[in-house]
Write a new protein. Structure first.
Length: 136
């Protein structure tokens, strides 16, 4: 984990607490749109429960962009952006239609060197993981 714990600008500790509080309440999104860096599902139909979470997230992002003038949620890159990175990957995997500013934010997050490395490593993983192929 050492390489992924580089210092990131943090406007106080508020950005991390903010993101943690916002992300903690997204079990529907996580269940409906499981994280998968390898997959792409163009035209994926998002059901209403997950859409409510998506709408909540994008409203938060737009509010942050308006208050802090980007390019990230609190201006410079913060832990809040790192905590939303898995959400960004879900939006891309499931072809979630986003407001222009939110789509641009997703592009900036995915262009970060650590995200490029993370996705490249995911592409090397086998299609099926034996430990997940268990019968209960």
């Amino acid at each position: 984990m050492q390489g992924y714990c580089r210092p990131i600008a943090q406007p106080a500790l508020g950005a991390a607490r903010f993101a943690e509080k916002c992300i903690r309440g997204l079990p529907i999104l996580r269940s409906a749109l499981p994280m998968n860096l390898k997959a792409r599902h163009p035209g994926f139909k998002v059901w209403s429960g997950a859409q409510a979470d998506i709408d909540r997230i994008t409203a938060i992002w737009l509010e942050c962009f308006a208050a802090h003038h980007g390019p990230y949620l609190f201006g410079p890159l913060t832990m809040a952006d790192a905590m939303y990175a898995p959400v960004v990957t879900r939006f891309l995997t499931y072809d979630v239609k986003l407001h222009r500013q939110c789509a641009g934010y997703c592009e900036r997050i995915m262009a970060l060197p650590d995200m490029i490395t993370w996705r490249a490593a995911a592409m090397l993983e086998p299609e099926e993981l034996e430990e997940l192929d268990m019968e209960f």
